[in-house]
Design a protein around this ligand. Structure first.
Ligand code: NCD
Length: 304
């Protein structure tokens, strides 16, 4: 198979995912052998929204492959401030780089931008849409800790606006995983994602409380309420702080429950959980480097 652009998790088959995860495992086992793979190549970073992990791990990944990055910098210091369109920005930056990574506050922005460029474009988050590379590192972390088959996953928090959730839930339909979605009624999965899951033959099990299903879970994926995407602050305040876990919450969990979070966290996971064997979110963030190295390696190698 060949994907020129990585835009949503819908385009990923089980084979694609395993191909990337296997390559990431090779990177993890022998990083030095990838050290000069893409020497002289440049990755263009266009981030129209804040980012710590995604941007820095893409940068680290490209540098660890022997390449380098050219970074548009913040929106405030770029020509976007002068009214340049997204289409023009990516058309210019593609002339400076061998591949592009785009993060944008509007859903569909990556798809739109991809229509204007010939180099591979990777969606690093488009509003409340998708975030497929986060999903790759999520799946890598799940595979390492719980395995990807015969799996029961709980996804909790902001399922409406959380793009990491949309991509992860979609990608998990490729595996033998039963998915439980835990959220307030106002933050349930959007219709479009629900539709994609039904189309893929997955059952959407929804809950407003974690307790009743917690004992069944192998993985609990906790997410931040996406404050910046709420149309009004009152609506955010009504749900803020509703889903928080601490060690008491996890009393009835399986001993080997894996707790994940794409980060940043606000108050969803009490710091006391960090010291338990359940906590895998920092490991998850660190997996961003080998997984993005694998992805870039495949994209730049031209047979991705
Ligand atoms: C997520 C994102 O940007 O969607 N962060 C990330 O990439 N690790 C999650 C979030 O912001 O809550």
């Amino acid at each position: 198979m060949r994907h020129d652009h990585l835009l949503t998790a819908n385009q990923l088959t089980r084979e694609d995912i395993e191909h990337v995860l296997d390559r990431a495992a090779e990177v993890d086992a022998n990083p030095a052998s990838f050290g000069q793979r893409h020497a002289g190549k440049l990755l263009g970073l266009c981030f129209f929204e804040p980012s710590t992990r995604t941007k820095m791990s893409f940068e680290a990944a490209m540098k660890r492959l022997g390449g380098d990055v050219v970074d548009m910098g913040s929106v405030d210091s770029s020509s976007v401030k002068k009214g340049e369109s997204l289409a023009d920005t990516v058309r210019v930056v593609e002339g400076y780089a061998d591949a592009l990574v785009l993060r944008h506050p509007l859903m569909g922005a990556a798809k739109m931008a991809s229509e204007f460029v010939d180099v591979p474009l990777v969606n690093a988050g488009d509003g409340a849409g998708h975030h497929p590379t986060q999903t790759m590192l999520d799946l890598y972390t799940i595979r390492e800790n719980a395995g990807l088959d015969d799996l029961t996953v709980g996804i909790m928090g902001d399922l409406k606006y959380g793009r990491t959730v949309h991509s992860l839930a979609t990608a998990l339909t490729n595996f033998d995983a039963s998915q439980h979605f835990i959220s307030p009624d106002s933050l349930k999965l959007p219709r479009s994602v629900r539709y994609d899951l039904h189309e893929a033959g997955a059952t959407v099990r929804e809950h407003t409380e974690l307790d009743p299903i917690l004992p069944q879970l192998d993985v609990l994926y906790v997410t931040r309420i996406q404050r910046e995407r709420f149309p009004d602050e009152d609506e955010y305040q009504r749900v803020a702080g509703e889903y928080q876990i601490d060690t008491d919450t996890l009393a009835d969990a399986k001993e080997d429950l894996t707790v994940m979070h794409p980060l940043p966290r606000v108050d969803e996971i009490a710091p006391e959980i960090d010291d338990t064997d359940h906590a895998r979110y920092f490991e998850q963030a660190h997996n961003g480097v080998p997984v993005r190295m694998a992805l870039l390696d495949l994209l730049l190698e031209g047979d991705s």
